[in-house]
Ligand binder design. Structure first.
Ligand code: NOJ
Ligand code: CA
Length: 580
């Protein structure tokens, strides 16, 4: 893998990815009202609960601030459970809320068995679990497996002397004879991946910040301690984990240098691949042990993977040889694409369909590390970021596989990037400015209503500024607008849960079309056709070209008009329709 600056943001976090019945004419006449209650998907049984609706990613710092200190918290999430339920989420994935110095906003964990006071208490998590249970919304936590905080007691012990019993919890090596780091490995967050500890005169290894020392998973005591931590929360009713940065859990023991390429990364470090310190074969054996020794002891519990892969062939390895590894290795590849085009999407999605045999796919288009999808790509003349939100939402929510939706994606929230380095919170943005502005822009407060701070809190300055569009782009306003992005998403999520076609097979149609991506989902004797115009110009398609049949009920449409025999789609036009 080689990280060029433009791809840095999208790939840095993995360390590894590189590399129609006769139609009434208008859209509004045909729109379904937003669903009131979420139907259960009839085709999916209880143990496979994670195939039904969606997983909703919540970044606790930014979702809702219940005590008005400017930082979102767990009670804030609990207060909005009705909303999350009404969206049709089966589970929340809550990013780290463990005690942490917040060097990487929680991805530097100082105690796996506790909660950072700024987010609340363990009792607050218990309450979120209980209140979620009452609404059919399960809780998944984020398990940061590769590294701890440098403030974790294990690391404090480890660095205290070369003979401390915790020394081997981390990766320590002698300097080279000239005092330089043991090899050329670069941290993905800037600079060398090695930091010298002056007391014990050895270097410790960190793929991310120096405040995030890598755990040594070759030490059985580390495995035991981490497995115990995972189990601690499962016993409290948590339903599983999104596993952070799995690919960096192991390094080549001989510490072979990485190959260096021309040019420098956003931090001025020569580009290099990371083949010797990521994606080692031991990652898979270790994840399989976690599944077998911890997760499978608790019925229905799941592992979701932060699995950045270059293609589906690579992705399939994370299911394990007997589906004994991760239930949901996320296919994050679509997040990293510089443009969304029909042929490219067709090929990548077909790859997942073909390769994940026996496994169930999972897709995401936005997350807390990547520019929000509604504002990621240029907007064609006459269209808006809302149209991007709708076409990408239609894609994500009609694919076969569990969608992981990032908070605010359902509102069409856009990036709100810092304009000055002084305003940046995310350290990679401070270090990499202006080439790398960090991830603040996609982490701004959730927009609930038109009141102060978009209803995020009662008026204290939020840790990141609320996006300027909040007065109109918010949950309350969008709920009331039948044409809103929110109602578009809600309609599709409800359809996914209730229509067996959207739990069934997937077939690409009109496969040579260079602009429009079309596919049919079928199951339970029903069929749903999705047609998405990713081209820069309007497109006309005949029903015959899309596989024939008759148009039935329109599920959603945007920038699309229909006749009895065909469809006209403006750029970013969308139609999702039952086929009779
Ligand atoms: C991936 C997380 O999503 C990201 O936010 C974090 O900075 C890195 N892993 C390091 O934990
Ligand atoms: Ca708070």
């Amino acid at each position: 893998m080689r990280l060029g600056p433009s791809l840095f943001r999208m790939t840095l976090l993995s360390a590894a990815a590189m590399v129609l019945a006769p139609a009434p004419a208008t859209a509004q006449a045909m729109l379904q009202p937003p669903p009131k209650a979420m139907p259960a998907n009839p085709t999916v049984d209880q143990t496979d609960w994670w195939k039904r609706g969606i997983i909703y990613e919540v970044y606790p710092r930014s979702f809702a601030d219940s005590n008005n200190d400017g930082i979102g918290d767990i009670q804030g999430i609990t207060r909005h459970l009705d909303y999350i339920q009404s969206l049709g989420a089966d589970a929340i994935w809550m990013t780290p809320m463990f005690p942490s110095p917040q060097a990487d906003f929680g991805y530097d964990v100082a105690d796996y068995d506790n909660v950072d006071p700024q987010f609340g208490t363990v009792a607050d998590v218990d309450q979120l679990v209980a209140q979620g249970k009452a609404r059919g919304v399960k809780l998944l936590l984020d398990f940061v497996v590769n590294h701890t905080s440098d403030q974790h007691p294990w690391f404090q012990q480890s660095k205290s002397s070369r003979t401390n019993p915790y020394r081997d919890y981390y990766v320590w090596r002698d300097p080279k004879p000239d005092g330089s780091p043991p090899n050329n490995w670069a941290s993905i967050f800037g600079g060398s991946a090695w930091t010298l500890d002056p007391t014990t005169r050895q270097y410790y290894y960190h793929f991310f910040y120096p405040q995030q020392p890598d755990l040594n998973w070759r030490n059985p005591k580390v495995e035991k301690a981490m497995f115990d931590a995972a189990e601690w929360w499962l016993k409290r009713g948590v339903y599983g984990y999104r596993l952070d940065a799995v690919d960096t859990m192991f390094e080549r023991p001989d510490l072979k240098d990485n190959k260096v390429y021309p040019g420098v990364d956003a931090f001025g470090v020569p580009n290099q691949d990371h083949v010797n310190n990521s994606k080692q074969p031991e990652v898979h054996t270790e994840l399989q042990r976690l599944r077998q020794m911890v997760i499978d002891k608790y019925p229905g519990r799941i592992l979701v993977g932060e699995t950045w892969t270059s293609d589906a062939q690579e992705l399939v390895q994370y299911y394990g040889p007997r589906n004994n590894e991760l239930q949901l290795p996320m296919f994050l590849n679509l997040i990293s694409l510089p443009a969304l085009t029909a042929p490219d999407l067709r090929q990548r999605i077909t790859g997942v369909e073909t390769n994940s045999v026996g496994g169930w796919p999972s897709f995401a288009l936005s997350n807390h590390d990547s520019r929000r999808v509604a504002s990621r790509y240029p907007v064609p003349a006459g269209a808006s970021t809302d149209d991007w939100a709708k076409i990408t939402g239609a894609l994500l929510l009609t694919l076969r596989g569990t969608p992981v939706l990032y908070y605010g994606e359902e509102l069409g929230m856009v990036n709100n990037d810092p304009q000055r380095i002084e305003d940046v919170q995310d350290v990679i943005g401070k270090k990499g400015w202006p080439k790398e502005k960090g991830r603040d822009g996609e982490r701004t407060p959730m927009q609930w209503d038109a009141s102060v701070n978009a209803g995020f809190n009662a008026g204290a300055k939020p840790w990141l500024p609320v996006s300027a569009d909040y007065a109109t782009r918010n949950v309350a306003a969008e709920r009331a607008d039948p044409k809103s992005v929110l109602n578009f998403y809600r309609t599709l999520i409800a359809e996914r849960r209730g229509n067996p076609a959207l739990a069934g097979e997937m077939t690409m149609v009109d496969r040579a079309n260079p602009n429009v991506l079309s596919y049919v989902r079928s199951g339970g004797g029903r069929k749903v056709l999705t047609v998405l115009n990713f081209g820069g110009a309007a497109s006309d398609l005949t029903l015959a070209q899309l596989g024939g049949g008759k148009f039935g009920r329109v599920i959603v449409q945007n920038r699309a008009t229909m006749s009895s025999t065909g469809i006209h789609l403006a750029p970013l036009g969308v139609l999702v329709v039952e086929i009779g």
